[in-house]
Design a protein around this ligand. Structure first.
Ligand code: PMP
Length: 362
């Protein structure tokens, strides 16, 4: 067979992987071509390329391997964690491969897909009432760990969170932008781990890069300036007064995590820009339909802010935006509300425009 010389060819990754866990990280940084102002170049870091399809795979492997090294996690010991879903999914994948039982506590407001994904990896999911918000699922995980002698992953407090982002996410960004300008880095926060690790590394390696942080417009924990009450060790003592439920799953729990607080003190941000849930959803839909990039609502929110920053940025600026997960885990959420499953009038007309394979008229 003669090969079309113009055909797109690939060459393989050049090595065999010893386990799925080795495929975590090294996600692609991708240029945006059809959205945003033309005087600026926008890039997105597509974390859906991780094997569990979110940025939290990094944290999952980071926490588990740090605990294995320190001896805090014993062979076969049960792992427990509170998660809005992606950490739970990442931990479930890691625990499936490494043979640890896993229990995840999650508020029942997060998508059904998240529960099922954790369960297909073999995890147990303990739902908590949405009225008790993030703090409720957080306290449930701590209580279960205490009562059963389980290993609590502590994503909101552990230094392993920022550390893995500094060692992977941040290094990838610096390597990918070697020889290129990088004027701004835009991210939201859940635990603040992405922000903490990337900002620490960029402040050292790319001090000219502006760090832009975002949060939901109706839950401005940072923008409000309100203090977070804490216990010794950094755990939140109460819900933050500025919190309101918002549709940007994975972002901004009802408390300021210790991981985020530490990063605010050490590295800070250059600008804090809120985004509405409606804008986050609108830009998630645009990324899919105009760029072929399917991300979750937090990715759309981050991108909405990146576009806003781009609009007033000097000619030739380069901006990088985090896209934390895949849109496929939002099929049952408001993101897909405008997406039909039945044929619309135009599709029906196409069906009827040629003779074969039509449905019988009712
Ligand atoms: N987006 C989504 C969808 C997430 O699940 C998370 C993590 N909860 C984030 C963004 C924020 O990541 P980080 O915890 O590193 O701040």
């Amino acid at each position: 067979m003669s090969l079309d010389t113009q055909i797109r060819m690939t060459k393989g990754r050049g090595h065999l992987y010893n386990s799925i866990l080795e495929t975590i990280g090294d996600t692609p940084t991708v240029r945006i071509n059809n959205l945003g102002p033309s005087h600026v170049t926008l890039y997105v870091k597509v974390e859906a390329f991780n094997p569990g399809a979110s940025v939290k795979d990094r944290l999952a492997i980071g926490i588990i391997e740090a605990a294995e090294r320190s001896g805090a996690l014993k062979p076969g010991q049960t792992v427990v964690e509170a998660s809005s879903g992606n950490t739970g999914i990442g931990l479930a994948m890691v625990c499936a491969q490494k043979g640890y039982p896993l229990v995840v506590t999650m508020a029942d407001s997060f998508s059904i897909e998240r529960r099922k994904l954790m369960r297909i990896f073999g995890a147990k999911v303990v739902l908590t009432p949405r009225a008790e918000k993030g703090f409720g699922m957080y306290r449930k995980a701590a209580e279960l760990a205490e009562a059963n002698g389980w290993f609590l992953a502590s994503q909101f407090e552990t230094p392993a969170n920022a550390a893995i982002h500094e060692a992977t996410t941040a290094r990838e960004i610096v390597a990918d932008f070697a020889g290129s300008r990088l004027d701004a880095f835009v991210t939201g926060y859940g635990t603040g781990g992405t922000f903490a690790g990337v900002s620490a590394h960029l402040r050292r390696e790319r001090p000219d890069t502006r760090i832009i942080l975002t949060e939901p417009a109706n839950a401005q924990l940072l923008g409000s300036g309100g203090r977070q009450e804490r216990k010794d060790g950094g755990a939140p003592a109460a819900s933050h007064t500025a919190f309101e439920p918002h549709p940007i799953q994975g972002w901004t729990p009802d408390f300021i995590p210790q991981v985020l607080q530490t990063a605010l003190t050490n590295n800070s941000y250059d600008e804090l820009l809120p985004v509405t849930g409606a804008d986050a959803i609108a830009w998630t839909l645009k990324l899919a339909s105009k760029e072929g990039i399917l991300t979750g609502i937090s990715g759309g929110g981050t991108f909405a802010v990146a576009v806003k920053v781009a609009e007033t940025a000097p000619q030739g600026s380069v901006i990088l935006c985090m896209l934390p997960d895949t849109g496929e885990r939002y099929m049952t959420t408001p993101l897909f509300e405008s997406i039909a499953d039945e044929m619309n009038g135009e599709e029906l007309a196409l069906s009827q425009s040629t003779p074969c394979a039509q449905f019988a008229a009712e």
